[in-house]
Design a protein around this ligand. Structure first.
Ligand code: FAD
Length: 412
């Protein structure tokens, strides 16, 4: 059983397959957890169920496109894959799509959270899972009203949260002052240390007899009718019975080699990690209008944000990093973000599908390929349930959740 990609998704697939007694080999072109799974915000978000593709997002995105420090940026260029992706994205920005996706995402996140609970019981795993919920704060009246509308929308699907007036924010922020006009408390969300989670689980897989091969890039596939007999890699050929494509933002390139239609764009985001200041929020906090999140992570504090569609380029755009820092200072003027305490500036490429739902399922073209990618902003949160479903598919069992809306060739 060959798993291409050693990020959160690939490692979770390997874990649940290993648990079923399958002989697993994970290959990664770099290191385990060297992609998007490394420096992200580590949030597990059953409350965050409105997909990226929603009414109004496109208009907002177009407005932001021309502001260099905006939370969302598309580098204008004539690229066939980008144009096709934007076309599908535009078509998905409807209320019908949102209503169809909320229960799907909620069921996936909730099942994943339960699996995270189970994973904390594995010997040697301590990845800082904390179930304190999340605070969302709004700096403008308009933003707050929009946030309340979203809360009412998801409430109709049974997702509970608490709307907070300005005077209530102190209960969550302690000594930190904020100019925010209101907020919301999302009690069911959780957070963890993402790199520790992926690496510890990878270590556990090795202990249980699984194999990891790093510095090994899959270049092509050996196709024989409806079966893939193996792969050509930078370290030679590997023959296998079954292949899982869990290669994050790079999955689209592999899918293209197999003629599997998989619209996917790499969406760059940044994080800045600091040593934890003396006065710091005790729970994750989303600065809503600016789409920046802050996560307390053990002895550290991480700020993360921006979504930049600029192709496969991992250049660090410092004005965007600065804009994340400026946002934190605007929302929390007393938070001490001193540069000597900075630990790391990081960027990662999220694997974004046009409709904001992952691709999880078998390819209709081949008998021995399963695809698990396209998790966009939600790949840590959804990694365990994705791994579980992939293991069920490989074993020929019925998946524990309905995955019709996640089908691999849904865009044709
Ligand atoms: C700033 C930021 C904040 C985020 N915050 C959150 C959050 O709070 N919660 C959340 O749930 N998600 C969050 N995300 C999204 C999350 O990080 C991703 O969805 C998730 O990490 C995707 O995991 P993955 O395993 O699919 O991809 P990756 O972690 O990118 O792993 C893919 C792996 O495949 C390997 N690979 C690629 N091609 C090949 C090949 N040809 N051969 C061999 N190996 C290959 C790569 O080297 C890489 O290691 C955030 C992302 C960013 C950028």
């Amino acid at each position: 059983m060959l798993i291409i990609g050693g990020g959160a998704v690939g490692i979770c697939c390997a874990h649940y397959l290993n648990e079923l007694g399958k002989d697993v080999l994970v290959v990664d072109k770099n290191d385990i957890c060297s992609g998007s799974s490394y420096g992200n915000a580590g949030l597990i978000v059953p409350s965050y169920c409105i997909p990226l593709a929603a009414p109004g997002v496109l208009f907002q995105g177009l407005k932001w496109m021309f502001q260099p420090q905006s939370p969302f940026y598309i580098k204008p260029r004539l690229n066939r894959q980008l144009i096709a992706w934007l076309w599908h994205f535009r078509r998905a920005c409807t209320a019908t799509h949102v209503h169809r996706s909320i229960p799907v995402l909620h069921a996936l996140h909730s099942a994943s959270l339960k699996l995270f609970d189970e994973l904390t019981n594995l010997e040697g795993l301590d990845f800082g899972l904390e179930k304190r919920g999340m605070l969302e704060i709004f700096k403008t009246r308009n933003g707050f009203e929009g946030g309340i509308r979203d809360i009412h929308l998801v409430e109709a699907f049974g997702i509970k949260s608490r709307i907070l007036q300005k005077k209530d924010l102190g209960d969550y922020l302690g000594a930190l002052q904020t100019p925010a006009v209101g907020g919301a408390y999302l009690p069911h969300d959780a957070h963890l240390l993402p790199d520790r989670f992926v690496r510890q689980l990878a270590g556990h897989i090795e202990k249980k007899g699984g194999h990891l091969l790093t510095g090994c890039e899959v270049l092509d596939f050996k196709i024989s009718g409806r079966r893939i007999a193996g792969v050509t890699t930078t370290r030679g050929e590997i023959l296998t019975q079954h292949i899982i494509i869990a290669s994050g933002a790079w999955s689209a390139n592999l899918a293209r080699r197999l003629r599997i239609g998989l619209p996917l764009q790499p969406a760059k985001g940044y994080s800045i990690t600091f040593r934890r200041p003396a006065v710091c929020p005790a729970l994750p906090l989303a600065m809503a209008e600016a789409r920046v999140v802050l996560t307390p992570m053990a002895e550290e504090l991480r700020l993360a944000g921006t979504l930049e569609l600029a192709g496969y380029n991992d250049v660090i755009n410092m004005p965007r990093v600065q804009s994340i820092l400026d946002t934190a200072r605007e929302y929390l003027p007393d938070l001490d973000l001193d540069s000597p305490d900075m630990v790391e500036i990081w960027r990662g490429l999220r694997p974004c599908s046009p409709d904001g739902l992952p691709y999880v399922g078998r390819s209709p073209r081949y008998d021995n390929i399963v695809v698990a990618t396209g998790h966009g902003m939600l790949g840590i949160s959804l990694a365990p349930i994705t791994g579980k479903i992939v293991s069920q598919l490989v074993a020929g069992h019925r998946p524990s959740l309905d995955i019709t809306t996640l089908s691999v060739e849904r865009f044709g």
